[in-house]
Ligand binder design. Structure first.
Ligand code: PMP
Length: 361
């Protein structure tokens, strides 16, 4: 068996140790005579799995006690629709800082439920930079300010937490959660679909300051209510148990490997390798993002000669470097360098990039 280096943006590569452990327990988990995926979410065994995953995530991300951690079915887009429903009064202003494709999605999901205000828009610059904080137009009465911490498609990442004053800061950390240290207390709410750094698709994590759960929001069903999920330990209905278990294994693996400080180090090393290969290619490869905000998780890049893109994808795939094709919104190429991607994977990619350039440059 050979496992390739998988640069997919999500669902994405997972640690081999996690996959092996899941495989080992697939038929008979911990001697219970059944798979985890076959256990009731109300069983003592699964409740222990769920509680351990939460405890480990709290340790990994140093989540303060006054924050609830929710494990909810579905992806980040669902959370984007639930934000205004839970936290904005009908018609209340919400401020969105738009730095790429997923910020647009967040705005689209919120628009039916709130008065969405574009606080800053990187669109006119082609989403290649983050508008300076000083120029953001924020309302003192807004329900929250929303940012996309890392834009998975445009490859733009907030390197610092912006200061937005008294209005709570909400952030989509889908593609950068646990990639490095994070001061949770600076945020009112953090959400992330699991399918990049945390595990398989189908579950999202929501980390929310408990006091915000007291907001009335808007008329909505109980199942769309974060406070109800919090009150029932995310077991308001049948949670995605397998995904929760896999998330727990992945978080445990990150702790065992040295935690977020260690991943920050590895991720910086991987990103440095790939950006150096792009910037040192004499224009053969190009990344359009301002260096100060280049993503450490997702590196979009383009060939000067666009007709070579399909050849790059075919040859890299044949060389065991998977899923380097860029998103259809931008074209080009993209390397996602999540926590489970070893430095050796980034090295293999840059070796291939240099070889490809030699043959086609
Ligand atoms: N936000 C970001 C930053 C993403 O990368 C993605 C998915 N790639 C989404 C939101 C949407 O997530 P989902 O498909 O899980 O709804």
């Amino acid at each position: 068996m050979t496992r390739a280096f998988n640069f997919s943006a999500g669902p994405a590569t997972l640690p081999e140790a996690v996959l092996r452990e899941a495989q080992a327990g697939m038929l008979d988990w911990n001697g219970v005579g059944a798979s985890v995926v076959e256990l009731s979410h109300r069983s003592a065994e699964f409740i222990a799995v769920a509680a351990q995953a939460e405890a480990d995530l709290r340790t990994l991300l140093s989540i303060p006690d006054d924050y609830a951690v929710l494990f909810v079915a579905g992806g980040a887009t669902t959370q984007q629709a639930l934000l205004p429903l839970n936290f904005a009064a009908p018609g209340q202003r919400v401020d969105y800082v738009l730095t790429g494709h997923w910020g647009k999605t967040a705005i689209r999901q919120a628009t039916p439920y709130a008065d969405v205000h574009l606080a800053a828009d990187a669109g006119p610059g082609g989403f290649s930079d983050i508008p300076p904080r000083a120029g953001w137009s924020l309302g003192a009465d807004s329900a929250y300010v929303h940012i996309t911490a890392n834009e998975t498609i445009h490859g733009v990442e907030f390197r610092d937490t912006p200061d937005v004053g008294a209005v709570p800061l909400f952030a989509d950390f889908s593609s950068s959660i646990a990639s490095g240290p994070l001061d949770v207390s600076r945020y009112g709410l953090i959400y992330a679909g699991a399918q990049k750094n945390l595990g398989p698709v189908g579950i999202s994590v929501v980390i929310v300051r408990r006091e915000l759960l007291g907001r009335a929001g808007q008329p909505r069903a109980d199942i769309f209510t974060y406070a109800s999920h919090a009150a029932r330990d995310s077991m308001l209905n049948t949670p995605p148990t397998w995904n929760w278990y896999m998330l727990g294994l992945t978080v445990k693996w990150m702790l065992d490997e040295g935690g977020v400080e260690e991943f920050a180090r590895r991720n910086a090393a991987k990103a440095a390798l790939v950006y150096a290969a792009i910037d040192g290619s004499g224009g053969f490869y190009r990344n359009p993002v301002a260096p100060a905000v280049r993503s450490r998780m997702n590196v979009p890049f383009f060939l000067a000669d666009e007709v070579l893109t399909a050849r790059f994808v075919a040859e890299s795939t044949a060389a065991g470097l998977l899923a380097l094709k860029g998103h259809k919104a931008t074209g080009g190429l993209r390397a996602s360098l999540y926590n489970a991607m070893p430095v050796a994977g980034a090295q293999a990619l840059v070796d291939f990039m240099r070889d490809f350039q030699q043959r086609h440059g």
